[in-house]
Ligand binder design. Structure first.
Ligand code: AMP
Ligand code: MN
Ligand code: MN
Ligand code: MN
Length: 287
């Protein structure tokens, strides 16, 4: 059974449309896929429509990835099995959309001051109707030849302390978890080892995430050493958080892909064991 609970589409900074994404997941024999765009649920309807129209075997889990503030850090909280129409969740999405838009305008202003003009407009054009992210700024700056690679643009212009960086002002972890729960979903701490936290701070994050009502944390990601995966599994057990897995797929590249190299260490307690869709699929397998 292939389960991937973290992926992006053109509704935020992914490069495949929701339709293309579910087709790719089907071809890669993913059984259960969550679409979790940054602060938006706009890709979900198209994805489900494609699955229905084409009769794909894939089951779609409705998700979102909410950007939050925790102390001085930006922490991502994935919600799965959400009702995208829930009023509280919609209110949070509207708030984050405003924050994204005003941050993007300010990023453009700061870059223009540094004589790099028109970047907000360029990034906005790439984002289209989708949630505008720093990834759109990065793509535009690479296209313009301002820096040679995505990574270099982030290092030089978009990371903390650089010209185009605007201090963030997102909702906090608890607000994200509450909205996800109100919408009937489960809240997952995304990629805990991507925040450059020391073990001591990581432990503080797990403690506070759990206290705020969090349900699970990501343990398995596609590109990851066995040691890191095992360490995350041990922490998930220690902090009584269920274990999740996801590729965080954004585009077709050499290393990352939907459903690729995703499996949990034996000791980990999977988030999905009591999901009706999971039970149905495993029962069908046993027959
Ligand atoms: P935002 O939520 O607007 O701050 O944008 C964050 C997105 O930019 C992430 O979801 C990644 O897709 C991408 N990103 C952030 N930092 C980096 C980085 N250092 N290198 C490459 N991509 C990054
Ligand atoms: Mn992203
Ligand atoms: Mn993330
Ligand atoms: Mn993500």
């Amino acid at each position: 059974m292939l389960i991937d609970l973290h992926s992006h589409t053109t509704a935020s900074d992914g490069q495949l449309t929701p339709s293309e994404l579910v087709n790719r997941a089907e071809n890669r024999q993913v059984n259960i896929l969550a679409i979790t765009d940054h602060d938006t649920v706009d890709g979900l309807i198209e994805a489900q429509n494609t699955i229905d129209e084409k009769g794909l075997k894939l089951s779609l889990i409705k998700g979102i990835e909410v950007t939050t503030n925790w102390l001085n850090h930006e922490i991502h909280v994935v919600g799965v099995n959400i009702d995208p129409n829930n009023v509280q969740l919609q209110a949070l999405i509207a708030l984050q959309k405003e924050k994204r838009e005003s941050r993007a305008i300010e990023m453009g202003r700061r870059l223009a001051k540094a004589k790099i003009e028109g970047v907000y407009e360029g990034a906005k054009a790439l984002a289209g109707d989708g949630a505008i992210t720093r990834a759109h700024f990065a793509r535009y700056l690479v296209e313009q030849g301002v820096a040679p690679t995505f990574q270099k643009v982030f290092d030089k212009y978009l990371s903390r302390g650089n010209t185009g960086y605007v201090p963030h002002n997102w909702v906090d972890i608890e607000e994200a978890i509450v909205a996800i729960h109100k919408a009937g979903g489960q809240a997952i701490l995304a990629h805990p080892n991507h925040y450059n936290l020391s073990n001591k701070w990581m432990r503080r994050l797990f403690t506070e995430f759990k206290e705020a009502g969090g349900d699970a944390m990501e343990v398995a990601m596609g590109q990851q050493s066995p040691q890191v995966r095992l360490q995350l599994a041990m922490w998930s057990e220690e902090y009584d958080l269920l274990a999740s897995q996801g590729s965080d797929f954004h585009f077709v590249g050499r290393w990352r892909d939907l459903g690729k190299a995703l499996h949990l260490p034996k000791m980990a307690k999977p988030l999905w064991l009591d999901w009706p869709i999971y039970k149905k699929l495993t029962e069908a397998e046993e027959v």
